[in-house]
Design a protein around this ligand. Structure first.
Ligand SMILES: [Fe+2]
Length: 470
């Protein structure tokens, strides 16, 4: 690589980026042993923080040249991008292995110069791919204390309403247990990453503005997130990225966005907006779930307290660096709110699918009947896989049936889920829904017909509506 190619790579807005070279570097990054695809025993990882299955084989064909937007926010490209960014961000902070004997080699590889330098080389490219279109759509042109307070109060209401709807969906049957695990894995699995990103500002440049730093620390110093307690409640481990395979792209995007905003000079004041939004979002989540987490929930802020906190957090910064700070803070806040909205949408669709799995199985049968009855020629992939062949969780960018011809398969779309599929059985996997599988028999032969959008969209919409009606 010549210096010019390298400079183009770290300036992603440059039209001269060689996308195939970028792909080759991503493949090099993901070729580390810790990033290999998972075995069936690795569906849930215990004390293996550095083991991050990335499905490196997918990097040969994923499109990283088209910026992620709302429609593609849960695509395979988004999932791969955010899994890699999460690894790159986590590698900035040394964390010792819990189990020296088992984890030492992975620990050394995770923090190796090769892993960290390759990751940092690719970070600008991945962050541009992940966030640029959203940044463009949330850029503010004006801002003031009054407009920021109004935005925060309005958003606080909206977050409370969103959490009420989500709690209703989680509590509905069927699939209540799996849905609750999925929801809590999203929130608590990455809570530490969000906290670490926010501490980057509180402990760094903000400490030059003592009043603002104190305001930040009054919240950051009191985030009481106990993954052990949540794991005990769920009867399922969620710490140390044990449920790595079940993080949705939307969830990882919210954590990676905080690292993006809180680690660069360009976004220095936007990061205050991200911090403010994070507090509002966390308050709303914990308030809704406080029946069993009273200790963590604390007292929700009333509007007056919220206004006072904003004033003590941002006003001293604006007084020192000028009124454009308010514009940047509003932009960072709006961008954070948008990414949370997208994460909610991703989770809502996954939960709705989990709720409606029986219906999706019946729908798969109806679709297969239609294909057979009308003798429709349809694109399909066929797989012949041996016992314990495992598919690390992934999404498809199209709707697919999984139709078992012979053998047995176990299929999952949430922590703890096990759906056994026998010959003749089938399931519909909607576009961009996270899932994985493994083979239970000596050999399993199965087909994946690719289903046109207009065949199933009305049915998916019905399922979503009925799930939300609970
Ligand atoms: Fe699949």
């Amino acid at each position: 690589m010549c210096p010019k190619q390298f400079i183009d790579l770290i300036d992603p807005q440059s039209s001269a980026v060689d996308t195939e070279m970028a792909r080759a570097l991503l493949k090099e990054f993901a070729a580390a042993h810790i990033y290999r695809s998972a075995t069936v025993e690795e569906l849930v990882l215990k004390d293996e923080y550095f083991r991050r299955p990335l499905r490196p084989e997918d990097l040969a064909f994923i499109d990283f040249s088209t910026l992620i937007d709302r429609d593609s926010s849960s695509s395979l490209s988004a999932l791969a991008t955010h899994r890699m960014l999460l690894c790159i961000n986590d590698a900035k902070r040394i964390r010792l292995p819990r189990n020296r004997e088992r984890e030492w080699d992975s620990f050394l590889e995770f923090y190796s110069d090769r892993n960290r330098v390759l990751g940092e080389m690719m970070r600008p490219h991945l962050e541009y791919h992940a966030f640029h279109s959203f940044e463009e759509s949330t850029r503010e042109v004006a801002g003031s204390l009054a407009s920021l307070v109004a935005l925060a109060l309005e958003t606080s209401e909206l977050r409370n309403e969103a959490e009420v709807r989500q709690a209703r969906l989680v509590a509905s049957q069927p699939g209540g247990t799996e849905k609750q695990r999925m929801q809590l894995v999203q929130f608590f699995g990455l809570a530490e990453e969000r906290y670490v990103a926010l501490q980057n500002i509180a402990n760094a440049w903000l400490s030059d503005v003592p009043e603002a730093a104190t305001a930040a620390q009054t919240w950051l110093g009191n985030i009481g997130v106990s993954k052990e307690r949540v794991s005990a409640y769920l009867g399922y481990p969620i710490g140390s990225h044990s449920c790595w395979q079940f993080y949705l792209a939307g969830t990882m995007a919210t954590a990676n966005l905080l690292h993006y905003l809180c680690s660069s000079g360009r976004n220095v004041f936007q990061s205050l907006g991200a911090l403010l939004f994070s507090r509002i979002a966390q308050d709303a989540f914990l308030r809704q779930n406080s029946r069993w987490m009273a200790e963590e929930a604390g007292d929700p802020m009333n509007p007056e307290a919220l206004k006072a906190w904003i004033q003590s957090l941002v006003t001293p910064v604006a007084n020192r660096w000028g009124p454009s700070v308010w514009v940047d803070v509003c932009s960072g806040f709006r961008l954070s709110a948008l990414m949370q909205d997208i994460a909610d949408q991703d989770l809502r669709r996954q939960l709705s699918w989990i709720s409606g799995l029986d219906r999706y199985r019946r729908l798969a049968g109806d679709i297969q009947d239609k294909i057979d009855r009308e003798q429709i020629q349809i694109d399909r992939e066929t797989f012949v896989e041996p016992r314990e062949m495992c598919s690390t969780t992934h999404v498809h960018d199209d709707h697919r049936l999984v139709v078992i011809e012979s053998g047995e398969m176990v299929f999952w779309a949430a922590p703890g889920m096990r759906i056994c599929l026998s010959p003749g059985e089938k399931i519909l996997v909607p576009c961009q829904r996270l899932h994985g599988s493994s083979v239970l028999s000596e050999v399993c032969v199965y087909h994946q017909p690719i289903i046109p959008e207009d065949w199933i969209n009305p049915h998916i919409a019905d399922t979503l509506v009925s799930a939300l009606a609970h």
